[in-house]
Design a binder for this molecule. Sequence first.
Ligand SMILES: Cc1cc2nc3c(=O)[nH]c(=O)nc-3n(C[C@H](O)[C@H](O)[C@H](O)COP(=O)(O)OP(=O)(O)OC[C@H]3O[C@@H](n4cnc5c(N)ncnc54)[C@H](O)[C@@H]3O)c2cc1C
Length: 1052
Amino acid sequence: MVLPQADGLSLNSIPSFVKEHHGSHKTYVPVSTLIEWTSSRYSSHVYVYDLATAVGFGKLTEKWALENKGIHVIPSQSRSGAGLSIAGRLSGGSSDDTSLKSILTTYTTPIGLSQMAHALSILPVPTTSGRLVLQVPNVSVVGEALTLSPSLGHISASLASLPESILVILSSTPQEALNIASLSYRISDYHVIHIFDHHSSTRENHHVVVPSENADDKVTFEDALKDEGYGFFDYAGDNDAETVVVLLNSPLAGAALKLATQFPGLGVVSVRVLKPWSADALLAILPKTVRHVHVLDEVLAETFGGSLYPEVFSSFWGAEERIQPDIHEHRVAPARLRQLLSHPSTLTELLAGFAPVQPKVSPTLDEALVKKLLFFSSPASHLSSLPLLITKTFTNSRTIETRHLIDFDAYSKPGGIAADRVTIAPHSDVHNPVALPILLPITDESLGYSDCLVILDQSLLKTHSVLEHVKAKKPVLILTSWTPEEILSNLPKQSLELLLSRSSRVYIVDPKAVASSLSGSNPSNALDLEVVVAYLGFSRLYFGSGASQTLLKTLAQNVFGDSVGGVALEELVSKSWDSLAEVPIPGEGDSLFTNASDSNELKGFEFNSITPPENAPAQSVQASVESWHIAAKHLLFPEAYAPIAQNPEKAEEYSQQAELRPEVPERTFLVTCTVNRRLTPLEYDRNVFHLEFDTSNTGLKYAIGEALGVHGWNDDEDVLDFCRWYGVDPNQIITLPLAEGGGKVMHSRTVFQALQQQIDIFGKPPKSFYAALAEHSTSREDRMALLFIAAPEGAGTFKKLSETETVTFADVLQRFKSARPDIAKLCELVGDIKPRHYSIASAQDAVGDRVDLLVVTVDWVLPSGSPRYGQCTRYLAGLKVGQKVTVSIKPSVMKLPPSHEQPIIMAGLGTGAAPFRAFMQYRAWLSAQGTPVGPLLYYFGSRHRSEEYLYGEEIEAYITDGVITHAGLAFSRDGKKKVYIQHKMREDAESLVKMLAKDRGVFYLCGPTWPVPDVFEALVGALVEYQGKTVEEAGEYLESLKEEERYVLEVY
Ligand SMILES: Cc1cc2nc3c(=O)[nH]c(=O)nc-3n(C[C@H](O)[C@H](O)[C@H](O)COP(=O)(O)OP(=O)(O)OC[C@H]3O[C@@H](n4cnc5c(N)ncnc54)[C@H](O)[C@@H]3O)c2cc1C
């Protein structure tokens, strides 16, 4: 069962998707996807800033740009002074973009906006063919817990110095965000900054009407706004209001507008267009009766002024026909905003404090008929698709409206937690929906706002305060393998008390057990069946006393059809019905209560990540430091623990020696080093060396051009050093899971072996490592620093650590001394050393049981001045003759053409010579067998002939023998003038063209990436000169050769 996900939409599917849904039709794709699509469509270039992608906005555009040449993305980094190149591009007059009638778009966040302040202040006047649109997803990290917030505090700082030519417009609901994003490309008279609510609205799956295609004719901003039915401001409340509250268009404003209608004498104004500020429009929308104005300004801290108060204040100057009201400023810092949004009663209290008269009935944001559902799950679990599935059940309904929003807490549990909010309501109130996090807050010490709570990960009951999120007397469904007794004995006392005090009804169902009882001989369907069982369990509770097996069957039939995985729906419904059980909650006198633990500090859910945590570890896989007898079991009964044969039918003469590198999923071979010879002089700064390995009796076979995967080891001394300062015994036995073993297959080794051969402890840590390590830190400073580095706001620090200081996992542990996971956990957090690939420099037909490599050591100097070495090249450089090495084979693009007589043209720098040596050996071998072979051109470049003419003697011999028909050798530093391979290729332009265009030759480039454009240009030049093509035609021709596998690049 595949659920349609926004991320899965390819560029090609979007236009038809939108075509299908525009006009009166509706879609359930998150609006952020549609904003990206609109922006990609109407912009000549999209500048995607890293801060935007860090909050989940821009990745799709980058993906689409790879699929479609018409979309141009410029990945950009956020830093002070950002955006100058955009300003330059728009000012450039004669740039390509101007001729393309360009609208440039930038994706950035409010913080990114402030970094662009200077660039924005020097933008040229907007024209129909030169404008900038900034799409700004508003969500920012606040507070010590690094929670994501919809605070508009950052905006104020960015707006102070904007020129008149920039329009600043805010949207808060999904539909409005889409309409305004689209409108931004229809107008001609302003650059646009569109700030939309990415904390929830644009990430929601919500019915929206897709706007029709933008016409080519440009209109003024005011006309476009009117066409859409929007004004500069929105007003709600009493038409004769005495008191008015003004705030920026945001989730808070949406909720305030809704409450305003319930207070006599009160009105609320939401500001949609912040710049150009229209005092006239504000005065026009306000009742003449207004005597008091309260401005709620969102700020970063209460000591900072906001952007709204000065505008509102100045609007009343000179407004003669009205009485001057008193104007009050209220600064709303993120902590206060959080309180207002997550405890709806505090917002009501705030408005009540302003209102001249108190209402008779307590104002509320709730609609009687809206059902609010909340789901907690592990993001990596397949059952986590349940909420979206429930939402999609009603997608086509004309009478029911569903909304869905997913938030992640990446830090409070390894692998993270997902919280899905779903609302189901009659089709009404579509235009101004209150943001889901306000309708259904997830907050500590919650009063319970959901009508049904579903817990998809039973372990959360022991660690997190999930049960408090359900309303009194409402059902809780737990998908669990525990019995009712086990559920109760796993609950701490505070949870039992809560359930009792709220008279909650707790139900359980075990989807796994039901699915496996039904999947019979076809266990591959079990996962699908589990989802259906969960769906049925939920539906039964949702419909309560109205539920019947017939109803559930009808409902499920619309979603799943008549059967799932070969099991009839009827049977599934009946089994699921029977297996749902109620958990009897004991009274306070019960022994369960007395025995329940009360020391357990349950954690709350914090929304701190928009995407699921990276590399969420699979649930069941856990490393452990084992007692000796468990380790002994692994050693004594290896067949029970060793990796499952990948392909038993392909049993080979030389089988996989799993016990050597059991954690490596691919087929490995243990080869023996027979030669390790340095090719460059000792005093030369680059160590390029030649390796030969004996492959006899290993079964290793390779084709010309393939690469060897080398599973290198870490340095012994470094490992022992690490063990010493980490305080772990290197001889301790450790049991580790196999990546491919589904968590069931483990293997044992000493800590020293694990760190030397498997665990990438001296490798480069990803962001997720910092987040995971924070969990293990006992000092608050360390924890905050680690979480900061992992958060979007820490992008700069992470970059510095990663790119400038090139820290390793071990370095991070050195820095954050309070974070000391035990060694088994650490191995799990760090992960395995990845094999490095090396082009094979020999032809097996020519050399027999041997494989050769050509390697250059990688090293660099740290800012501290100490040297650092590449993991694998250091290992290879230190290999002694006789030493065994674990290798695997990697297929490659470097394939010889089908006919031996087709010309081959090879160009390489440095170690790029490796596969070409194999090509030459093979052609020489073919010739020796009497097989006719075609021409072979060899271009090779390095700095000095005397030091880096790699395999020089062999090459000269091949030239003499005619295996190489022509060589273009470029030693860049030997002469006064620098000569590179592209210069040599230009000298041979005519014959290169003949070989490529007439004789179906194949061109190969291998080695470092930097000569790629020069070589391409040299070939384009040759085709222009000798084939009469234009530059574009020549470029397209070379592109077509790539398709034919006649222009082959292997660069690294
Ligand atoms: C198909 C293919 C064929 C190849 N053929 C050859 C060949 O024939 N000969 C050859 O010599 N190479 C070849 N390579 C390159 C080779 O695979 C390795 O990338 C190279 O040898 C470096 O590996 P290493 O383990 O020594 O360095 P690594 O440890 O992987 O380091 C590589 C780079 O990563 C960065 N880095 C490392 N650690 C950190 C850190 N902690 N923080 C931040 N940055 C870090 C550094 O910039 C460093 O330069 C080939 C690559 C491919 C993909």
